[in-house]
Design a protein around this ligand. Sequence first.
Ligand code: NAP
Length: 481
Amino acid sequence: MTSTMVMQSMLLGGEWVTSERTIDVIDPKNAEVIAKVPAASVEDVKRAIEIGIEGTKIAASLSTHERISILTKAANWIEKRHDLFADTIAKEGSKTIREARKEVSRCIQTIRLSAEEARRLHGETISFDQMPGSEDRVGYYYRFPIGLIVAITPFNDPLNLVAHKIGPAIAGGNAVIVKPATVTPLSAFLLAEAFMEAGLPKKVLSVITGNASEIGDELVTHPAVRMISFTGGVNAGEAIAKKAGLKKLGMELGSNSPCIVLEDANLEDAVEAITSGSFWAAGQNCLGVQRVYIQEGIYETFTNQLVARTKQYRVGDKLLEETDMGPLITEKEAIRVERLVNDARKLGATCLCGGERFSAYYMPTVLTNVPAESEITREEIFGPVVLLDCVKELDEAIEKSNAVQYGLQAGIFTNDINQAFRAIKSMDVGGIMINDSSDYRIDAMPFGGVKQSGLGREGVQFSVHEMTEPKVVCFKLSKYS
Ligand code: NAP
């Protein structure tokens, strides 16, 4: 075990506590144990919730300037330790060091945006006198905190997706309990440390580690929890929604995003964006490009260029500057991707490059002629595999794009504004990028999906909105006023 990465405590309402039972944190590069973290028990969860209930009052009583100050100090603390954060992401997860650095910069941005949004938590006046009989009433609504939030996060952005929960929760005056993915808890602990160092009052934040199979039910069913903000796969999202009972749900789920490339597109740009969008974080990216529909006149040229670009990808040690793609999060995940590709090949798919696995690594893979009935066209691959399909025209591409249960984001490459607008109107997604791949996001924009890709929207301003409720105030005036 490396000495610098051992982190054996979890944060229970401002106190770092250990537990007898631990979980190994494993570097997928070589399956080495890099840290041990507590395996929280149901009793620990109950304690976190009790502390969180007290934390709601403390969080709600923080003034706007105190919230802004804490969030700004946390962002500054992270900025000063940019390398430590990037190193942690790259070691515990799949990302290369270059990808990890981008995530740290985005996390700082997310927390700074949260500080700004704390300032903008506005209500508005209400014209009560629009209702006959209410001429003597004036009033307004303002936004108040929802209370105790449970935030459950996935492994693929182990820092910024946690920041997308904690930042808006604090901006809105809430207490929050984070349960990070069991395979990548270290970045979440570092982020929690930033908030403690920034002066966040104890009891407002807990970060507990433990397997969802053991502690998940207690976290999501407890009646004191007023909101579950979940980011992860559709199966887990559905299981949580069924159990949660009457509480608010934010669901950021998976997808198998489409991109359309029309004959008038700038091919060089399309190839570059689609390669990056397909293989970013070894394809473990909710926005990652999975299905590409290419108009027939450019199909061959586009395919050749994409395959050539893919073959240039350097796969290997995440910590080396020159590496373009690291391993999947576990060998088990790489085996799952291998099975999906092999099943598609058995049904007639052609593998143009990649298609090989070694340990947790799966080579960037381009498939074509993939039968519509194969699992890989319908489900989320969450691995470095992209499917190419030749279409006659835009309508066929749109129809195929929409023929899945997901709808997070999409991309279309065209210089024809009318074609772009047709796609904008007809594609069932939460976001569509014109002349870019589905894999584009800034932390300030509304982000989320339709169909099985989710419920509600994240993006700091929108999360703060979801994490607060409007309270109406109405004054009945006396006839003398
Ligand atoms: P996952 O298996 O669904 O797990 C996500 C989190 O949920 C983990 O912390 C997990 O805990 C917990 N969890 C699982 N089942 C639970 C249950 N029944 N009750 C309570 N908690 C439960 O997802 P993942 O493999 O970490 O991440 C990949 C998925 O996340 C992909 O589908 C991806 O598309 C999606 N994702 C979506 C977005 C978005 O913004 N839309 C962003 C990133 C990722 P354990 O780790 O202990 O199992």
